[in-house]
Design a protein around this ligand. Structure first.
Ligand SMILES: C[S@@+](CC[C@H](N)C(=O)[O-])C[C@H]1O[C@@H](n2cnc3c(N)ncnc32)[C@H](O)[C@@H]1O
Length: 237
């Protein structure tokens, strides 16, 4: 299949961020009372999701290549990621709405708390933070009930090409019974990802993976209020 953009980025080009459990709940339309037993947060960065999910009784695991870094290098990446994220929002301010958060300060506070939760849990339970990178995951088939991917696939399609997305989604569907990805637009101004419909067709025809674009109760980048939900056909309900 065609590849509109080559995978040219080093990992350093992709920002590291720290979204919260509450944000994930909205991105992926999760019911906090009925969370699946085993959840993978893949491209977890410094998200607080795994820390909080464990408190709620979920067997949660995070994957990110930044977990190879020592504590000092990790802190540098987190500081740089937060600063670049803020600059990117400022540069595209007409493309963001703070309605879901209420105020920019509330969003900043949520991120700060999520990062603290991540840092504490990363220290306390390092075995839950696996140094690995899509499109190859070190887990057996069907290890998880649900895999969540926030702000890597599609968001960074300027750097990760269409074939990389196919490989990553096939791998996520190998290790998890269901996969949810949010958002479905490019970082910055939030332009649509042109190859998304073709990717969905290819996943169905070549790999038997069904996918649907589903509206979610969250919007920050204007117009970005959909996730992609994927299941292998033999798992589909
Ligand atoms: C924008 S952050 C998102 C972090 C977190 N999911 C959140 O929403 O706050 C993107 C993350 O993807 C990670 N990443 C980059 N390449 C990756 C790969 N090939 N596989 C898994 N994660 C990757 C980066 O290290 C970074 O932490």
């Amino acid at each position: 299949m065609s590849t509109p953009a080559g995978p040219s980025a080093s990992d350093d080009d992709i920002l590291v961020s720290s979204r919260s459990f509450l944000e994930y709940q909205a991105f992926f339309d999760l019911d906090p009372q009925r969370l699946p037993a085993r959840i993978l947060d893949c491209c977890a960065g410094a998200s607080g999701f795994v820390a909080e999910a464990q408190v709620r009784g979920v067997d949660a695991v995070a994957v990110d290549p930044i977990y190879s870094l020592d504590a000092d290098s990790l802190a540098v990446r987190l500081t740089a990621g937060a600063a670049s994220g803020t600059s990117m929002i400022d540069a595209n301010s007409d493309r963001f709405s703070f309605d879901w958060y209420g105020t920019p300060e509330r969003r900043a506070e949520m991120r700060r708390l999520a990062q603290s939760a991540f840092l504490a849990d990363h220290r306390a339970s390092p075995e839950r933070y696996v140094d690995a990178a899509l499109p190859e995951l070190p887990f057996a088939d069907a290890s998880f009930d649900l895999a969540l991917c926030s702000h890597l696939l599609f968001t960074w399609a300027t750097h990760l090409d269409e074939q990389w997305h196919v490989d990553a989604l096939v791998e996520l569907c190998r290790v998890a019974a269901e996969v949810r990805v949010f958002p479905l637009v490019l970082q910055g101004a939030g332009r649509p990802v042109a190859f998304l419909p073709r990717l969905q067709l290819h996943l169905r025809e070549a790999f038997g993976i069904q996918s649907e674009v589903v509206a979610v109760p969250y919007e920050f980048q204007v117009g970005a209020h959909h996730m992609l939900r994927l299941q292998r056909q033999d798992q589909a309900q």
